[in-house]
Design a protein around this ligand. Structure first.
Ligand SMILES: Nc1ncnc2c1ncn2[C@@H]1O[C@H](COP(=O)(O)OP(=O)(O)OP(=O)(O)O)[C@@H](O)[C@H]1O
Ligand SMILES: [Mg+2]
Length: 327
């Protein structure tokens, strides 16, 4: 059976005057129908550009230099802009950190919902208007019948993000790319928005690629987690397993640094150093200079994702190479 989304050996480059920067280097993952894949990692790990590549919004000079992205079994990278725009409205939705990037300040939110609905569904304008009001109710906007006439600036940040969610789900997409959907919101609002996204997507069986550096958000929503480090996937597996029993030494450090209530911890406190800049990614495993478990092979050869002691959990770490050889 093919997955809803299959990313196969994706490589994203930025050509610069001083040479080509490889920002995402040969990553593969998939998302099943209705599944929430959390993508976590430090700033600059490559989370956002991976999401942008999937929805065809990678900005030049960024380019897909290698690999394939398949959605519902069909390759979607390299499609003409117009075709991709249609897929983006109808089949793949997007939610970004700043709701104002998704909303047009010149149109009422009703106009924007109606426009999206009439473009991507068979609804007439009158039906679309009624549906727009329903949608606003569904995402928890009070007095939806009246608020449908309001403009983006008339809403608070949290309410705006609810409108963006209504826009993202209105054509009933199969996948939503949510890039830091709650990062710009007050902490109290964050939980509400996460709760809303979770229940809506569960109801409509919409898959989500949930990009965030916030493990709390990941833990709240994800079925599986991909941990990115310096443009690679360090580890991928079911949420519970990755959190409770991380396999890659980087993930071990990441999980140790999650603040526990009543106990202050600095981020990645016990892993020394920082993620390398793109110009300075070391050969072999890019994490090896910081890795407490590194051995000879780690500096010489780059590990790909391989099975670990846990059957559904994969890590790019030579520690697990033996497990593969001996089955
Ligand atoms: N236009 C560009 N030119 C050169 N490098 C770029 C460009 N856009 C992004 N990058 C690089 O690509 C890498 C990945 O960026 P990306 O935005 O995907 O990171 P991220 O994991 O989403 O980080 P954050 O948590 O800060 O959002 C970074 O090292 C960034 O510097
Ligand atoms: Mg980002």
């Amino acid at each position: 059976m093919t997955a809803l989304l299959e990313v196969d050996r994706l490589r994203i480059e930025f050509p610069t005057r001083r040479g080509v920067l490889v920002a995402v280097d040969d990553i593969s993952f998939s998302i099943e129908e209705g599944e929430v894949l959390g993508v976590v990692g430090e700033s600059g790990a490559g989370k956002s550009i991976t999401g942008a590549a999937v929805i065809g919004l990678l900005e030049p000079p960024g380019r897909i230099a290698q690999g394939n992205i398949r959605f519902e079994g069909q390759q979607i990278n390299g499609l003409p802009h117009e075709v991709m725009r249609r897929i983006r409205g109808a089949k793949i939705g997007a939610i970004f950190q700043d709701p104002l990037t998704s909303l047009n300040p010149l149109y009422s939110i009703g106009q924007q919902l109606i426009e999206t609905l009439t473009t991507h569904t068979d609804l007439s304008p009158a039906q679309a208007r009624a549906r727009a009001v329903d949608l606003l109710n569904e995402v928890g906007i009070p007095a939806a019948e009246r608020r449908v006439e309001s403009y983006p600036h008339e809403f608070s940040g949290g309410m705006r993000q609810r409108v963006v969610i209504a826009l993202a789900i209105c054509a009933n997409p199969r996948l939503i790319i949510a890039d830091e959907p709650t990062t710009a919101l007050d902490v109290s609002i964050q939980a509400q928005i996460i709760g809303l996204l979770k229940s809506l997507c569960h109801e409509h069986r919409t898959a989500i690629m949930l990009i965030t550096h916030d493990m709390g958000v990941i833990a709240e929503m994800s079925d599986r987690v991909a941990v990115m480090y310096a443009g690679r996937i360090a580890e991928i597996g079911p949420l519970r397993d990755v959190v409770k029993s991380p396999k890659h030494p980087y993930t071990v450090g990441l999980m140790d640094s999650i603040p526990v209530v009543g106990q202050e911890k600095e981020q990645l406190s016990h892993i020394r150093g920082a993620m390398p800049r793109l110009q300075e990614i070391p050969p072999g495993c890019s994490f090896h200079p910081r890795c407490p478990k590194a051995f000879d092979r780690c500096s010489g050869e780059r590990p790909d994702l391989m099975p670990t002691s846990h059957p559904t959990q994969f890590a790019s770490c030579w520690k697990f190479a033996r497990a593969v050889q001996h089955g």
